[in-house]
Design a protein around this ligand. Structure first.
Ligand code: SF4
Length: 361
């Protein structure tokens, strides 16, 4: 039987939603269908029709693509009555390029039911919404919480990932829905359920990303067991496999006072042979080697690791960074910019981007 993760008692989550909403109040992404938090706090509500259209479009399509389609759609059919007056061909034409056309056909069917059975007003209960074509558990909960600001547990892939990490749930993600549900119930906001749902969506899209989440910048990292125990890159668990880090090491990012990054040529043999990148330590199995930075400096170790999978092993790299005054002649000095970072091998690119962002912010 699933239980709430036993470690939850080690963290006090009572202020979790306040902390997350405080961040959302400052950092909420602007979306054309969304009422910003400064207005929702004054009681201005999201429009159920707009939330419905956006959620249906977002079901299988990314936010960036959806925005333009959404604006064109709303421009053409600003409310459910207008949508009901349209015909399937017009809707399909507007939908062209978004794919999964059954979504568009269900919109038309749903608009008809809402106009005929509900006098053009969206029902405000999950039960009734679930009876409408194209509206499943997630979409119903999203409409109830975002459009009606009523408590509802909204769980999508982003939220599964965030909750799994916060509570360090080490069960296969496919089997952990009920434990995620129970844990989420202990932290969500009953006062601002709509903003809470949107805050978690924003957190998942911008900070708690699937790989290498930006934990150092995460507004809720003090509540996160995966961050505390350095397991955030292995959770959520997929296919019942807890990936093992088999090698560990350091990467040394030296910055000159002329704002150049110091690179070296790696040996001609071995992994990443002959590539130009920041110096690293050896990569040892199971434990970190003693760090020996190659240049004199005030080296600082960042408190978040970078993870990378090679074909034969997983690597955990700790990032050390320092300003450097003196360095040998045989190094390469490159400006700190996107071009330089993008020219590095992937694992170095991730490490340098993270190191520079953390060091200069
Ligand atoms: Fe996600 Fe890291 Fe924040 Fe935890 S601390 S919720 S893993 S971004």
């Amino acid at each position: 039987m699933n239980k709430i993760n036993e470690k939850t008692d080690k963290v006090n989550y009572s202020k979790f939603s306040l902390t997350l909403l405080d961040w959302y109040d400052r950092e909420a992404r602007k979306m054309p269908w969304r009422i910003p938090p400064e207005l929702t706090k004054r009681g201005i509500k999201n429009n159920p029709y707009k939330i419905w259209i956006s959620e249906i479009m977002l079901q299988q399509t990314g936010v960036k693509t959806v925005q333009n389609y959404y604006l064109n759609f709303i421009n053409k059919w600003p409310n459910v009555l207008k949508l009901n007056e349209s015909n399937e061909d017009e809707i399909l034409k507007e939908w062209s390029g978004l794919g999964y056309y059954r979504r568009a056909l269900n919109l038309k069917k749903c608009a008809k039911i809402i106009c005929e059975n509900y006098e053009g007003k969206f029902p405000d209960s999950e039960k009734e919404l679930l009876n409408l074509p194209g509206i499943g558990t997630y979409t119903a909960a999203a409409i109830i919480s975002i459009a009606f600001n009523k408590p509802a547990i909204v769980i999508d892939g982003n939220i599964q990932r965030i909750v799994s990490r916060l509570f360090e749930i080490k069960e296969d993600i496919k089997k952990s829905n009920s434990i995620i549900h129970k844990n989420l119930k202990t932290i969500y906001s009953k006062k601002r359920p709509g903003d809470f749902a949107q805050a978690t969506m924003d957190l998942g899209a911008t900070i708690c990303k699937p790989t290498n989440p930006k934990c150092n910048f995460c507004p809720v990292n003090k509540y996160c067991l995966a961050f505390k125990n350095n397991t955030y890159n292995f959770i959520p668990i997929k296919n019942n496999k807890l990936r093992k880090v088999s090698r560990k090491g350091f990467i040394f990012i030296g910055i000159t006072y002329a704002n150049k990054i110091i690179l070296i040529k790696r040996p001609e043999k071995g992994l990443l042979a002959g590539t130009i990148c920041p110096p690293t330590s050896d990569w040892k199995e199971s434990e970190f080697p003693v760090p020996k930075p190659p240049f004199k400096g005030e080296w600082k170790t960042l408190n978040q690791s970078i993870f990378h999978s090679f074909t034969h092993f997983d690597l955990e790299l700790k990032v050390m960074i320092s300003m450097i005054k003196n360095y040998p002649n045989n190094v390469y000095l490159e400006p700190i910019n996107k071009n330089t970072i993008n020219s590095l091998p992937t694992v170095m690119k991730k490490s340098v981007a993270f190191g520079i962002e953390s060091f200069f912010n």
